[in-house]
Design a protein around this ligand. Structure first.
Ligand code: 5AD
Ligand code: SF4
Length: 438
């Protein structure tokens, strides 16, 4: 008798895709699929793709090319493309890539089991609708018997901001918030199964409006759950940081002193061209108000260099903003023209100029990251241990400020929150020692 069908999902891009991949595995799990660790072992391979920059999208086509020999060796292998490339280029994928059996957009994952059945019967299936129903209402309750100490929970999807460079409003659709009661019951279930930290996810998570009082209220309600020790959220738009959420940063102990608040540029001219709908001064004022509520908060951001029309003085304004804020770390990208977005019509900055700016920007951000990490040395911080470290006898976790911390300690401490004295700053992590309980 044939064994269970084996599923391999590869996730590209953001944390929302990681969460969606878990939910897809659960939905197909209910149909008898078990997850395996490599494409070679699988009967079905799903690529959960990202369309945010050209490089990410192109990777999908090269990965599909690499799956071809597997399909030749095993004609029964089913190959699916999910995520934002599926949404944006679904028809084209089916046309260009005969080896693809299934294309499913991010809002249609609840239809995956039915699609998998159709595909098993030899059909090719595509679904890139934006259905009226909420996919999460139709996906099974999370059945995993246990989850790790940290979990993601999507509370909001989509974006109405239409920044001039960004495909998200087109691939993920309009902003939709999940209702508070669903989120709270999912959070309770996660904590029952072992989660100690929950990161709330959304393309515009701080625009969540699935209940009264916005995300600040939701954070306060989540903080009431016994056994849940930490709450984080990502990713946010500056214009949606309301007073209630800022106040929560000062008042809710479980809300970690860490905030990812992308600004993209420090030049008002470029911010306007990007349709970010705020100025550099407004962003700095907001940072001031957040720091008044929580002085030690660690801030991170996203930056784009080489946006069409960016001059050296615009770029200098971005460096000035970074100096003024002082980030713990940040992501920085060279502008990538995306089909269908307004900015794609504009004349790009020369590639060598953009490369050189990215280099300077990253040098400044690395200096700030190093300084921030070094400021942690000698401090005693909370660390939630997540897994064994790379060295024997070592365990690894995250500090309140989201730095990876390696400590000598028993694997049995996994899932516990301990006091750790930071002893050393390494390139992308900290080292520390356990502080004995008093
Ligand atoms: N080119 C480069 N970076 C982009 N991002 C979004 N769209 C583009 C693009 N077209 C970056 C932004 C965003 C992050 C998720 O990806 O900085 O905040
Ligand atoms: Fe893209 Fe802007 Fe929406 Fe973020 S806020 S997802 S950058 S359009």
């Amino acid at each position: 008798m044939a064994g269970p069908k084996k599923l391999f999902i590869k996730s590209y891009g953001c944390q929302m895709n990681v969460y969606d991949s878990e939910r897809m595995a659960e939905a197909l799990g209910a149909e008898g699929y078990v997850s395996v660790g490599t494409a070679e072992e699988a009967d079905m391979v799903l690529l959960n793709t990202c369309h945010i920059r050209e490089k990410a999208a192109e990777k999908v086509y090269s990965d599909l090319g690499r799956l071809r020999p597997l399909k030749v060796a095993n004609p029964g292998l089913k190959i699916g493309v999910a995520g934002c490339v599926a949404q944006a280029e679904g028809e084209e994928i089916l046309r260009r890539m005969p080896l693809v059996d299934l294309v499913v957009g991010p809002q249609s994952y609840h239809r995956l089991p039915a699609m998998a059945k159709a595909v098993a019967g030899g059909a090719r299936a595509i679904d890139t609708d934006f259905p009226a129903e909420d996919k999460f209402d139709h996906l099974p309750e999370r059945p995993a018997p246990s989850v790790g100490p940290t979990a993601f929970l999507t509370v909001q999807e989509g974006c109405d901001k239409f920044c001039a460079f960004c495909v998200v409003p087109y691939t993920r659709g309009a902003e939709v918030s999940r209702p508070a009661d669903r989120i709270l019951s999912e959070a309770r279930a996660l904590v029952e199964k072992g989660a100690r930290e929950i990161t709330l996810l959304g393309q515009n998570v701080n625009a969540w409006h699935g209940g009264d009082g916005g995300l600040g209220r939701l954070v306060r309600d989540l903080a009431q759950i016994d056994g849940l020790l930490r709450i984080r959220y990502t990713t946010s738009h500056p214009n949606d940081m309301d007073d209630g959420l800022i106040a929560a940063h000062g008042e809710v102990d479980k809300l970690m002193p860490y905030l990812h608040l992308p600004v993209q540029s420090g030049s008002d001219r470029i911010l306007k061209a990007m349709a970010r709908k705020h100025t550099a001064a407004q962003y700095l004022d907001l940072i001031g108000r957040i720091r008044a509520a929580r002085p030690d908060i660690l801030l991170t951001s996203d930056f784009i260099v080489g946006f069409p029309g960016e001059t050296e003085s615009d770029f200098q304004a971005t460096l000035d903003l970074i100096e003024a804020v002082g980030y713990g770390t940040a992501f920085s990208f060279k502008y990538s023209a995306r089909p269908g977005t307004p900015a794609a019509e504009k004349t790009p900055v020369a590639a060598d100029v953009a490369d050189e700016r990215l280099h300077r920007l990253q040098a400044l951000l690395s200096r700030q990251q190093k300084a921030m990490q070094e400021s942690m040395v000698g401090r005693e911080l909370g660390v939630l241990f997540e897994k064994p470290g790379r060295m024997p006898g070592q365990i690894t976790g995250k500090s309140d400020y989201n730095h990876a911390v390696h400590v000598l300690g028993d694997a049995a401490l996994t899932g516990t929150l301990q006091r750790v004295r930071i002893t050393r700053s390494d390139p992308n992590s900290l080292a520390g020692e356990l502080v004995p309980a008093p």
